[in-house]
Design a protein around this ligand. Structure first.
Ligand code: 2AM
Ligand code: CA
Length: 264
């Protein structure tokens, strides 16, 4: 039986909206904050509650689909066969904890490895970004225009200062010239929001050295629907079951940054 992607998109929007309501109502409550791999890698009771909420909805409606979620409540998956939901209940947990803004719910649905539905809900701004493969990308019901090219001198590039100072993943001298050449840089602290903003044309490019599949699964679908590119920093296809560097941009800008700054 073929799946109804329109219905899946509508359901995912409904669940993300409900989850967002729960998160906004939780702002008054005391959070339980724990650290994971290191002192800056945070998880709260809300991350777990929202992941559980989404997994229950998916399981109730699509018991044969697989789910990969950041907090690992779903099963471990090692292949993209069938239909796989990649979910991040709160992308930008540090923002959620410290600022109560600039975090998102990210849901990507892949079928046999192909991105079919992408949802990013910017919870505090009540901005629902969504796309169905081949049907365009939308923000709160309005279709997002196709992206047009821009010269680097007139571009806004999202990049975290981590990657321009000494770090374990990239020589800072690779990205520093891009920072110098572009019109301005921004960093929102939520990969999903940064990817949604590239799709919406608010950012021209986004570069980061380490994201997990649930951080970029939905954003990749949104950006590709408006004609943008999402690859590793070297321009290779993203591996959906591994951590990757991620480089998202308008198509011409993407090609020129790779040829002039990354491989140049
Ligand atoms: P998170 O809040 O869901 O963990 C912050 O710069 C962005 O990078 C956020 O989207 C954050 O997602 C993600 N991020 C932070 N630490 C990460 C890690 N160790 N691996 C992968 N992604 C990470
Ligand atoms: Ca998260």
């Amino acid at each position: 039986m073929s799946l109804n992607w329109q219905k899946i998109c509508e359901q995912a929007i409904t669940w993300a909206t409900e989850a967002g309501e729960v998160i906004r109502e939780s702002f008054e409550d005391q959070l339980t904050i724990e650290t994971k791999s290191n002192a800056d890698d945070l998880v709260t009771n809300m991350d777990r509650e929202i992941e559980g909420f989404l997994i229950n909805k998916i399981n109730e409606n699509y018991p044969d689909h697989k789910i990969l979620g950041e907090e690992g409540i779903g099963e471990k998956i090692d292949s993209l066969k069938g239909t796989v939901w990649l979910i991040d209940p709160i992308d930008g947990t540090m923002n959620f904890v410290h600022q109560q803004t600039n975090f998102a719910i990210s849901i990507g649905v892949y079928n046999e490895g192909i991105g079919m539905v992408g949802i990013i809900y910017n919870v505090v701004y009540d901005e629902m970004f969504y796309a169905i493969k081949g049907e365009g990308a939308y923000l709160n019901g309005r279709e997002l225009p196709k992206l047009s090219d821009v010269m680097i001198e007139e571009s806004i590039v999202a990049v975290n200062a981590t990657w321009i100072t000494e770090n374990r993943r990239i020589d800072p001298s690779v990205l520093a010239p891009i920072v110098k050449k572009c019109r301005g840089t921004r960093s929102y602290g939520s990969a999903a929001i940064e990817l949604a903003f590239v799709a919406a044309g608010r950012l021209d490019a986004y570069i980061t050295m380490r994201l997990s599949p649930w951080d970029f699964a939905a954003g990749k679908i949104l950006i590709e629907e408006v004609g943008g590119m999402v690859t590793t920093l070297n321009g290779e296809p993203l591996r959906l079951l591994e951590q990757n560097s991620v480089f998202a941009a308008k198509t011409g800008l993407h090609e020129r940054i790779i040829s002039d700054y990354i491989k140049g």
